[in-house]
Design a protein around this ligand. Structure first.
Ligand code: ARG
Ligand code: ZN
Length: 849
């Protein structure tokens, strides 16, 4: 079944399919172990495509029978699909297959979750449902009939006839197979409706398992806000009579934008104040928006092939981040997006898994649903918008929707609309799609008689398969401040295209302080030898919120690096500057707490590695703890004041204002716990009436080693709530003392509620372990070994989730030789597993290369 020698697919080999599909009719006779799928498909030859054999993808299907124009045929079937002699002209293909959804643990194709049937077809799951040209450039209208005793039967498009034991659906919009969906189960709905700006009334439903009805209201509100926003900002209206969302407990990813029938991991849609944190609410709002926005960027305009994945994902992430900015404020959103980019995309781009935003080859496409394709893909669009300006961006998007509606498009098509609207030549800009790696941008300053000159140099280190890099187009947003703190030159975008380039600012009366790469205007590593005074000045005065935060962030990082490298004591000048900002109650509480949140331990490891030293995870952990204790002691009088400011008295709302306050309060609690032995955390745990406060309290009790009773109480309170139990599992490992994290994880895998076949539960424990930097990178290799044991075990059941978690090892060569030996042994053990999946084989081979 599994390939011995995996095959590689290349972008350069693209050829169109030799037939068009006029329509698809599917009938599903659902049964857990023997579902029958009957397909009736009209094919017509496509004159433009090269001559080819008729091939349909198909995996894990039992062919019952096939007919062409009513005559039985006997196709040649392999484990990849079938070939068959077909007539020269138009013909009707009919096939009946049997599949086994109850044994489908890969959660790809048609499978069962908690007694319900559901599907996940992106990227290549439809071929596990019926024989079909399972490629995104083959688009067709679908009519679906579902036969089942389940009370709720759903598919894409608009509802047709329904009755006892059956329901029919028709989707009038041609779509690729990856957008197909089917759901059947005993579900309850949370109904609502939305009237589009042209007056079309749309029924909205969120479908959930009985008992979860009370967790739908927020998701529904987010959906309606998304619909309004896409009309207002992009002029995009919804195009069907119904929009259904279904929550599923077993799901490999966050959610899926199937036409008219979005399917969500229940963790990404169900929410209530008692069971969800503020972060959960914000994430749910963003994911609902993301999947909804795909209706235009992804569904109406889809991708020609999977190499173009960023066409829909980069753009849709960009759109959902604009939405969140509008809902919750642009400053905090930008800072958190950059934190996330640096935490997830930078290590990928700078390690063995580095690949271009538009990859040029793959073995398993599921391995390329990455932070590079999604988040760097979105950064590239942000740069494009900054370069052409808001008006031309809007005109280009209108042209894109106009010109390509109904198409399976490419990055070339996307860039062409910008070229046509602006008259620009984007050929150099296009390198952002083909060159992998994070550019490093260094800057030097000169001052001469009223003229201030910034000289930039860019350089991208080699990445796998790409030794030499060409200069990229970098939009560098710069503003200048006077020595008194006033802004003398407001933000201006410098367009850098050369390897080395200077920009002059003339007519200045005094040497300014430059604020460079405002709003993080390009996804690069900025190398700037600013002295600490200059950074402190920017922390105090910069008008750009991102760079103000960045100045504080770098001071914190440098302070920690000095502590780690030379055992220095914390830099009090920086802490005093920070204190001034913290005391400024005119500033957003969320922004203030982000300033105090120290760089993550893995970011510090990366920084040490870049500076040529070998990071020691235990020393990094100790330095962070020492600094936090130092802050707590130094700010003993300030912290209670901040806690007071952070108090929310109004009824719980997951809005930006309350969220920011609770985040500040929890930051204070985290510091207080270093000095009060957990007293404040216990008090917060006892009085908490929402999950944001309860979970933060529990985390701090774990860190203070005072959590025994609280963990038991929490378990008692929430043992029947699957999503809250995921938090209970994850937090115990994530917040554990690094010396104990592996043992805690091990003990939890023996817990009766540890269901390792459920991706959320598996990720809770092992994501918690991976997130515990010094715990996972334990000197004796126990962290690596435990993860490898479980990845080896999971691979047979669920290759996709297993492969995704292999990326925990992507930084293994950063560490000392002892740790490297252990990591390598763990990786080699995974490689040696019999019948290793194509997914994991590709990931581990790249990591070891
Ligand atoms: N298109 C989905 C989204 O971004 C993600 C689907 C991921 N599927 C996968 N097989 N990797 O919203
Ligand atoms: Zn997406």
């Amino acid at each position: 079944m599994k390939d011995a020698a995996p095959t590689t697919v290349y972008l350069a080999d693209y050829t169109p399919f030799g037939w068009r599909i006029e329509d698809v009719h599917l009938t599903f006779r659902l049964a857990p172990h023997a579902t029958r799928v009957l397909a009736r498909i009209h094919f017509a030859p496509c004159q433009l495509a090269p001559q080819q054999e008729f091939f349909l993808h198909g995996e894990e299907l039992r062919l019952i029978g096939a007919k062409i124009d009513g005559q039985e045929v006997t196709p040649e079937v392999t484990d990849k699909g079938l070939t068959c002699a077909v007539p020269a002209g138009r013909f009707l293909w009919e096939a009946e297959v049997e599949i086994d959804p109850a044994n489908n643990t890969a959660l790809e194709g048609l499978y069962m979750s908690g007694g319900m049937y559901c599907t996940q077809c992106e990227a290549e799951g439809f071929r596990k449902i019926t024989f079909y040209p399972d490629r995104p450039d083959v688009m067709a209208t679908f009519t679906v009939r579902i036969e089942s005793a389940m009370p709720v039967l759903l598919s894409n498009g608009n509802p047709g006839a329904s009755g006892d034991g059956f329901a029919e659906w028709h989707d009038p919009w041609p779509k690729p197979a990856y957008l197909f969906a089917l759901v059947a189960g005993d579900l309850r709905n949370h109904p609502d409706s939305f009237t589009t700006k042209s007056g079309h009334k749309v029924d909205l439903n969120i479908w959930v398992r009985p008992g979860d009805e009370g967790k739908c209201a927020f998701g529904m509100q987010a959906l309606k806000a998304s619909m309004t926003w896409d009309e207002d900002v992009y002029g995009r209206e919804y195009d069907l009579d119904v929009f259904n969302i279904v929550a599923v407990d077993d799901f490999n990813m966050g959610a899926m934008e199937n036409k008219g029938l979005n399917i969500f991991n229940s963790s990404c849609v169900l929410a209530s104040p008692e069971t969800s944190t503020d972060d959960n609410f914000e994430r749910i709002e963003a994911i609902i928006a993301h999947e909804y926005f795909h209706n235009w960027t992804g569904n109406r305009i889809t991708c020609r092939d999977w190499f173009q994945l960023c066409l829909k994902e980069g753009l849709t992430v960009y759109r959902d981040s604009q939405f969140t900015s509008d809902m919750r404020g642009p400053e905090v959103k930008r800072i958190s997006d950059v934190i996330d980019l640096r935490a997830r995309q930078f290590p990928e781009d700078q390690g063995p898994l580095s690949h271009p935003v538009r990859p040029e080859s793959f073995q398993e496409i599921n391995n390329f649903y990455t932070a590079t394709v999604y988040e760097k893909g979105a950064e590239v669009i942000g740069m494009l918008k900054r370069l052409v300006g808001d008006d031309d961006y809007a005109r280009a998007l209108d042209l894109y929707f106009d010109r390509h509606d109904g198409d399976a498009a490419t990055i070339e098509d996307w860039l062409k609309v910008f070229e046509d609207v602006t008259g620009r030549d984007l050929s150099q800009f296009k390198r952002w799609y083909s060159q992998s790696g994070t550019p490093r941008l260094s800057v030097s300053e000169a001052w001469d008689n009223g003229t201030f000159t910034l000289t930039f140099e860019q350089h991208t280190p080699p990445t796998p398969g790409q030794a030499d890099k060409l200069p990229q187009v970098l939009p560098i947003a710069v503003g200048l401040l006077n020595p008194n703190g006033d802004e003398v030159v407001p933000t201006r975008v410098l367009e850098m295209t050369e390897a080395k380039q200077s920009f002059d600012f003339t007519g200045l009366s005094a040497r300014p302080v430059a604020s460079i790469l405002r709003e993080f205007s390009a996804p690069v590593v900025l190398e700037r030898d600013a002295d600490p005074q200059q950074r402190a000045f920017l922390l105090a005065h910069d008008t750009d919120a991102f760079n103000r935060w960045e100045a504080g962030h770098i001071l914190a990082r440098d302070c920690l690096l000095a502590m780690i490298r030379d055992g220095a004591t914390p830099d009090t000048a920086w802490l005093d500057g920070l204190e001034t900002v913290l005391r400024d109650s005119t500033l957003d509480p969320d922004f203030r707490q982000m300033l105090v949140a120290l760089p993550s331990q893995s970011e510090l490891a990366q920084a040490l590695h870049e500076q040529g030293s070998t990071p020691d995870p235990d020393a990094i952990y100790d330095a962070v703890m020492t600094l936090r204790l130092f802050m707590a002691e130094r700010w003993a009088d300030l912290l209670p004041k901040l806690a007071e400011e952070a108090r929310v008295t109004a009824p719980y709302q997951p809005d930006a204002e309350q969220t920011g306050k609770r985040a500040l309060g929890n930051m204070v609690l985290g510091l207080l716990t270093h000095t009060d032995g957990g007293a404040a955390a216990q008090a917060q745990f006892d009085s908490a009436d929402n999950m944001t406060l309860q979970l933060a309290a529990l985390a701090n009790l774990i860190r203070a080693d005072k959590a025994k009773a609280a963990l038991a109480a929490f378990y008692d309170q929430w043992k029947d709530d699957r999503l809250v139990m995921d938090k209970w599992f994850g937090l115990q490992v994530g917040a554990a003392d690094p010396g104990k994290a592996v043992e805690v994880a091990k003990a939890l895998t023996a817990h009766e509620k540890f269901d390792w076949t459920n991706p959320n539960r598996f990720r809770a424990v092992f994501g918690g372990l991976i997130g515990n930097h010094a715990g996972f990178h334990r000197k004796d290799g126990a962290g690596y070994a435990l993860l490898a044991d479980w990845l080896i075990k999971l691979d047979d059941k669920n290759p996709q989730t297993t492969a995704r978690m292999c990326s925990a090892f992507q930084t293994w060569t950063r560490y000392d030789s002892g740790r490297q030996t252990h990591a390598k042994a763990a990786l080699e053990r995974i490689m040696a597993k019999p019948n290793l999946s194509r997914d994991v084989n590709e990931m581990v081979s790249r990591i070891l290369a």
